[in-house]
Design a protein around this ligand. Structure first.
Ligand code: NAD
Ligand code: UDP
Ligand code: UDP
Length: 341
């Protein structure tokens, strides 16, 4: 980003990353809802670099203009500040539907809005897909499995979700969104794709996002205590963002229209993960235990056989290589804001 800025100043005009010119029949008009967020902005980069026309719709609840600013002004790119709970009329060929708060503190902040975004917002995007005869991919989540009784989780597992707990606005919101997709497929013949995304991390996660990877890295970089919620025996399996984005594009362009897990099966206890991060960052943080959170799933790991079979996809980035890149990203962010100790 810095190198590009220097080049821009030298040339006196904005310098964009290289974009191929696709011929008319290969070039798609692609909408990304939530495209100014963490995952969405990496997806924007990939699709722009393939030469498509990309439109982002975002209400900037957790997303930032900064995540896509390097494309603003490019003739293939458009950024619309709008809320998908309101109808949206544009012309598109494909929709990647990612708009939804994703981290527990964010989705619990306004649970009613989380539900509206995932239900009314998803209906609007399905209505748009129906009118344009566009294909739509829903960014669903491993949270549809709740606190799972089977391990690892296969797509055929129906889940174990508390319908009235603090996480339900998100879990049940996404379950309703999946249900809406299959209802529109059955009734209106809409082409749908459903990705059940497992914990993903990487650069451009929001500093105050509150998810475990960004929390631990920022705490370690600032010499503050690393906060484990509960005993830290709960497990998660972490995927680097570039693998997720490759998986989403592979799914969108495949013929498979049932839900597919996209995640990295490399599983860690939160305790182990905390010490791995501390070891990599160095620094003087101590690791402390805080109160456990309500309904926190005790273990989570994807079975990715379906993705391998139907998408010929599997994660390529080793989790700790991804962690190192993410540490470097946050170190730069903190240095930039004068927040390093
Ligand atoms: P994020 O919070 O960075 O991005 C979400 C984006 O959606 C933000 O830009 C936000 O401003 C936007 N948004 C929220 N509500 C909106 C609304 N009503 N109208 C328009 N825009 C709205 O989170 P992320 O990690 O990039 O997640 C993207 C998607 O992937 C989400 O749907 C999330 O549920 C799903 N997902 C992510 C993970 C993960 O680990 N990152 C795991 C499972 C599922
Ligand atoms: N919708 C939209 N953009 C469109 C088409 C529809 O936002 O291009 C919204 C529309 O406002 C409606 C919803 O999507 O509330 C569902 O559309 P559908 O056609 O299924 O329902 P209907 O309009 O028949 O109620
Ligand atoms: N967690 C933690 N400390 C933190 C943030 C999260 O111990 O500062 C735990 C959390 O309780 C959960 C796991 O890390 O068991 C993953 O949490 P995250 O919010 O990243 O995602 P989730 O999988 O719960 O949606």
């Amino acid at each position: 980003a810095l190198k590009r800025r220097v080049k821009e100043l030298e040339k006196g005009h904005k310098v964009y990353p290289k974009v191929p010119i696709l011929n008319y029949k290969d070039r798609k008009r692609i909408l990304i809802t939530g495209g100014a967020g963490f995952v969405g902005s990496h997806l924007v980069d990939k699709l722009m670099k393939q030469g498509h026309e990309v439109t982002v719709v975002d209400n900037f609840f957790t997303g930032r203009k900064k995540n896509v600013e390097h494309w603003i002004g490019h003739e293939n790119f458009e950024l619309i500040h709008a809320d998908i709970v309101n109808p949206l009329f544009i012309e598109v060929d494909q929709i990647y539907h990612l708009a939804s708060p994703a981290s527990p503190p964010n989705y619990m902040y306004n649970p009613v809005k989380t539900l509206k975004t995932n239900t009314i917002g998803t209906i609007n995007m399905l209505g748009l897909a129906k009118r344009c005869r566009a294909r739509i991919l829903l960014a669903s989540t491993s949270e549809v499995y709740g606190d799972p009784e089977v391990h690892p989780q296969k797509e055929s597992y129906w889940g174990h979700v508390n319908p009235i707990g603090p996480r339900s606005c998100y879990d049940e919101g996404k379950r309703a969104a999946e249900s809406l997709c299959y209802a529109y497929k059955k009734q209106e013949n809409i082409e749908i794709r459903v990705a059940r995304i497992f914990n993903t991390f990487g650069p451009r996660m929001h500093m105050n996002d509150g998810r475990v990877v960004s929390n631990f890295i920022l705490q370690a970089l600032q010499d503050s205590p690393i906060t484990i919620y509960g005993k830290g025996d709960q497990t998660r399996s972490f995927q680097y963002v570039s693998d997720l984005v490759d998986g989403l594009v592979a799914l969108m362009n495949s013929d498979y229209d049932l839900p597919v897990n996209i995640g990295n099966p490399d599983e860690y206890t939160i305790k182990e993960f905390a010490s791995e991060i501390l070891k990599r960052v160095g620094g003087k943080s101590e690791i402390i235990n805080k109160e456990a959170v309500t309904d926190d799933p005790s273990r989570r790991k994807p079975d990715i056989s379906l993705a391998k079979l139907h998408l010929h996809w599997q994660p390529r980035v080793k989790v700790m290589d991804g962690v190192n890149k993410t540490i470097e990203y946050f170190r730069e962010e903190l240095r930039h804001s004068n927040m390093l100790p």
